[in-house]
Design a protein around this ligand. Structure first.
Ligand SMILES: Cc1cc2nc3c(=O)[nH]c(=O)nc-3n(C[C@H](O)[C@H](O)[C@H](O)COP(=O)(O)OP(=O)(O)OC[C@H]3O[C@@H](n4cnc5c(N)ncnc54)[C@H](O)[C@@H]3O)c2cc1C
Length: 413
């Protein structure tokens, strides 16, 4: 009898492919079968990053990287020392795919086409000898002694080691649970904010390079005060500051039905005192000019008029006519502008699930379950998720690769 393992990979996404390829390359004798429900594997890779696939992030320091994961950063710390974004870049480079970095650190294939990544993963799996069975949904998974039986529409497959890489599929969570893992309630992360303010919505398309979104009444450790570019959308607010707040607040916002007050600081680089002092300078230096006649602070004029309106100020009055209480009100609108979030909107470029397999049930040195030996877990099925920027795929590459190497070892005689 051979002591080479039979490996089953359920889920042909980023994590499943990476796990299968790593395993096959580490042990060419292992028999690896990857089962994917959809006709075409790697569906999310294909649509990711607006069709460009934000493969990873240009941050090569694991200690810094973990700060981008609202959930799972601590558990990933060690894993990222074994396979981190630098390794991802090298992995693709070795297989003929060059990545480029954009100003904000996001990394894409130089072709700006996710098909490049899909093709590379498909080619690498084939070359490594992975059997990829598309359009083959796994219907049932059961433990048979130390092995696992996978039931498909057409057949049953017995494997010694199983990699569950089913992303946010309900069935995947159910199997993980039946095999002994605890599942933390899955809820959405990375979404935009619906705000029913017609005057704001009318400004759709206007953005500011930096703002702070804060959910009042929350504690610093909840990280519900996030800085970044802010984009006004026809349904409310979007942009990195909102997406980061939605990621850190995924569970908090879910528990409140996506209804919460927020405050926007439109001028995070200035203290309230500095804003007040600049307004006082305008009162003297531009005394005869109407307050709505030009936009200070670099805002677009339409946004400035909106902010004046929010402060109940007539844009026709002159700077000299602005008494101190009104200056104070304007300072408040500029630095703590209140909005009511009434729901969550979509973010078409990226979306991810918070929750999944509890991390203490998994050994991150191997990605093997601590409660079900022979079961490995990788990717979004885990309670790991990152902010937008390539961190979610990095989780899939890192945990997939580590699972693949660990599954490759020969079986004990
Ligand atoms: C629109 C969109 C854009 C995104 N863009 C980016 C981005 O640019 N950068 C980034 O870092 N992250 C991005 N993400 C997040 C990223 O796609 C996920 O984090 C990543 O795909 C997770 O990989 P995975 O392999 O764990 O899961 P998935 O990619 O979800 O793969 C799971 C696979 O399992 C299969 N499966 C499920 N059940 C079964 C079954 N019973 N039998 C067989 N197969 C099954 C599914 O069909 C699927 O192919 C984006 C997400 C979305 C939705």
């Amino acid at each position: 009898m051979t002591n080479q393992p039979r490996i089953g990979v359920v889920g042909g996404g980023a994590a499943g492919f990476f796990g299968a390829i790593a395993c096959a390359e580490a042990n060419p004798q292992a028999q690896i079968t990857l089962l994917e429900a959809a006709r075409e594997p790697l569906g999310k890779v294909r649509i990711s990053g607006g069709g460009r696939c934000n493969v990873t992030h240009h941050c090569f320091d694991p200690a810094q990287l973990v700060g981008y994961y609202p959930r799972g950063g601590k558990a990933l710390r060690g894993a990222l020392t074994r396979f981190q974004p630098r390794d991802t870049v090298q992995w693709f480079e070795d297989r003929g795919v060059a990545l480029k970095v954009e100003a904000d650190g996001r990394m894409f294939p130089i072709t700006d086409d996710s098909e490049t990544i899909v093709a590379c993963l498909m080619r690498s799996a084939k070359q490594a000898g992975v059997t990829v069975r598309s359009h083959t949904p796994v219907r049932e998974i059961t433990r048979q002694g130390e092995a696992f039986e996978l039931v498909t529409r057409d057949d049953r497959l017995t494997v010694d080691r199983l990699l569950l890489a089913t992303g946010s599929s309900r069935k995947g969570y159910l199997w993980a649970q039946r095999l002994g893992q605890t599942i933390l309630d899955p809820v959405p992360s990375l979404f935009t904010f619906q705000i029913n303010d017609r005057a704001l919505q009318a400004l759709a398309g206007i953005s500011v390079p930096e703002a702070i979104i804060r959910i009042p009444g929350t504690k610093p450790h909840q990280n519900l005060s996030q800085t970044g570019a802010l984009l006004i959308a026809h349904w409310g607010l979007s942009g990195p500051a909102v997406l980061k707040t939605s990621a850190w607040g995924a569970r908090y916002l879910h528990d409140r039905g996506y209804c919460t007050p927020i405050q926007v600081n439109w001028l995070p680089a200035l203290t309230s005192e500095a804003v007040r002092s600049q307004l006082q300078t305008l009162r003297h230096g531009s005394a005869r000019k109407a307050i709505g006649s030009f936009s200070p602070f670099g805002f677009s004029r339409r946004l400035w008029l909106y902010l004046l309106d929010r402060a109940d100020l007539d844009p026709q009055i002159q700077w000299a006519q602005l008494p101190n209480p009104k200056v104070n009100r304007l300072v408040e609108r500029l630095t703590q502008c209140a909005f009511e979030v009434t729901g969550k909107g979509q973010f078409k470029d990226e979306f991810v699930t918070c929750g999944g397999v509890r991390l203490k049930d998994v050994n991150f040195a191997t990605m093997e379950s601590r409660v079900c030996p022979g079961l490995f877990l990788a990717g979004e099925i885990l309670d790991v998720d990152g902010v937008t920027g390539g961190f979610n795929f990095q989780n899939a590459w890192t945990t997939g690769a580590i699972a693949g190497y660990a599954m490759a070892r020969p079986l004990a005689a």
